[in-house]
Design a binder for this molecule. Sequence first.
Ligand code: SIN
Ligand code: CO
Length: 382
Amino acid sequence: MQLTHFDIDRFLADHWQKRPALIRNPWGQWRNPLEPDELAGLACEDGVESRLITLQGEGLSLENGPLPETRFGAMGRSPWTLLVQAVDQYVPDVAALIEPFRFVPDWRIDDVMVSYAVDGGGVGAHYDQYDVFLVQGLGRRRWRVGPLCDADTPLLPHDDLRLLADFTPTDEWVLEPGDILYVPPRFGHDGVAVGDDCMTYSIGFRAPSRAELIDDWSAHQADAYGDEDRYEDPDLTRQDNAGEIRGAAIDRLHGMMMDALSDRAAFARWFGQYNSQPKYAEADWRPEEPVAREDVRALIAAGIALARNPASRLSFIRGDEGAVMLFADGVCFDCAGDMAALAVQICAEPTVLLDPALAGSGPAITLVTALLDQGSLAFEEE
Ligand code: SIN
Ligand code: CO
């Protein structure tokens, strides 16, 4: 499916990270990619993150999955909604929904959450820290969108849910199948199903917080320094007041920190690996036995395409002289020359058809074999 009636450049200039956008059915032809029953089935599976939210009187109650199969027969009359996280990792047709949104780079994409609600069901007014495209898959949902919130915005007292205490919407729209609502980070929003069988696909993004970057990058760098790497002052001179921490000492201490944290090349390598770590251990494509190089060579020569594991995170960073660092599921592969072109190709498309001539290249076989062994790729035939 493609966005045929959608001006990407205009959207990026006017809306992305700025203000909400209602995009009325921009698809050539919209087709709901998942049946409600399949979603319910996923919510019962171990290892799949799911939540059931039920309206109880004035309030909402939360049950975390996996849900017992019998739960769906015992729903009662109260409006409810079921939410399943990362459905793109389990259902290829849902993974395909990300493709049209790849005008945003892959490293910013988180997952596709899918919700199902009966009439009146919803998760309550809230805000998220991330950008989201809310694609109406089936049925109708009334969305109310409010102003920008922040850490001071009052929340309702609730043990499990972060709900807005007083939500004053600025816009209200009823979305029909194929319609999309884009909500930037921290804009309040509230979606309520209008009629039964309401399915919404949330194409969710991620953006590292500064605090998380500082924590994780500095912890990574700290590992590289031994206990003997310490503050030194062989040039110490007497000072008037022993109680003073002199400016020169602070300069030296601050320098020790900054030297360790400001190495851009090391940061790029670390960030690529850090960002490409898979979120869930599920959708594990690792083969039981290590893959034989000869088999890889034969399949490439035969022109068999490689599929990317939808749960895998792949990205690359360009370096000097055409070299690239390829990142796949937390691992960095240094690639130069033809290998760099191969790495770039692997990151471009969900299915990779390699030039059969690469069957004669030792480094290409090594790279593909490593990616197969760690479950990031698999030959389509298998
Ligand atoms: C939903 O699909 O019901 C909620 C999605 C969201 O508000 O982020
Ligand atoms: Co939300």
